[in-house]
Design a protein around this ligand. Structure first.
Ligand SMILES: [Zn+2]
Ligand SMILES: [Zn+2]
Length: 195
């Protein structure tokens, strides 16, 4: 995404509209590449402030994310504001920050390359914890079933610390149905327990 600023540079105060739709490589997320579905678009205006070119606009893309609850892969539209000031300078030096912390990017010659700005802004606009939908039910922690597709066979959740105790009381009834309500025969039950 390169804005030809050869004309814009001629006159302080001049404004030039830009609009791009281009394929992009995957975004480089902290936890690996994030694929894009379709091209990335960016549009807005470049303004000649006299000593710099101020770019403001909007970038849009569709990213492919993995749901943090159910692990489903889904597409998510992202929109990010572009706002950066390009100052003449060497483009191999990376971004420059001025005293107010306002980010500036260098540009050389007659072209402003928006790719880095678009990539960074899209990355920042991604959700911290991607969800396929706001009310995603996630996976059952016991059997792993996707609960969005319906309930699983698992019993209602029992506190992990009490789960062992619950099994202890259930077991004799399962192994020996006649044992029900048979009073205090604790020692006999213990024999049936797996060691
Ligand atoms: Zn989900
Ligand atoms: Zn389950």
């Amino acid at each position: 995404m390169k804005i030809d600023v050869s004309e814009l540079k001629q006159k302080a105060g001049a404004v030039q509209h830009f609009s791009f739709t281009e394929p992009f490589p995957p975004l480089e997320g902290e936890e690996g590449p994030i694929d894009l579905k379709g091209p990335v678009s960016a549009e807005g205006e470049a303004y000649n402030s006299g000593s710099s070119v101020v770019v403001r606009g909007t970038a849009r893309a569709r990213v492919v994310l993995t749901c943090g609850r159910c692990a489903k892969v889904f597409e998510h539209p992202v929109q990010a504001a572009l706002q950066v000031e390009f100052v003449p300078g060497r483009t191999d030096g990376g971004p420059i920050e001025d005293d107010e912390g306002q980010e500036r990017a260098p540009y050389e010659g007659e072209e402003i390359n928006l790719d880095d700005e678009v990539r960074q802004r899209l990355l920042l606009a991604l959700p911290m914890k991607p969800l396929c939908s706001a009310d995603c039910k996630g996976l059952c922690p016991t059997c792993g079933k996707d609960l969005n597709e319906g309930p699983c066979e698992c019993k209602p959740q029992v506190d992990v610390r009490l789960a062992g105790l619950a099994d202890f009381f259930k077991q004799p009834a399962v192994n020996n149905p006649d044992d029900r309500g048979g009073g205090n025969d604790g020692p006999a039950k213990k024999k049936d327990l797996p060691r």
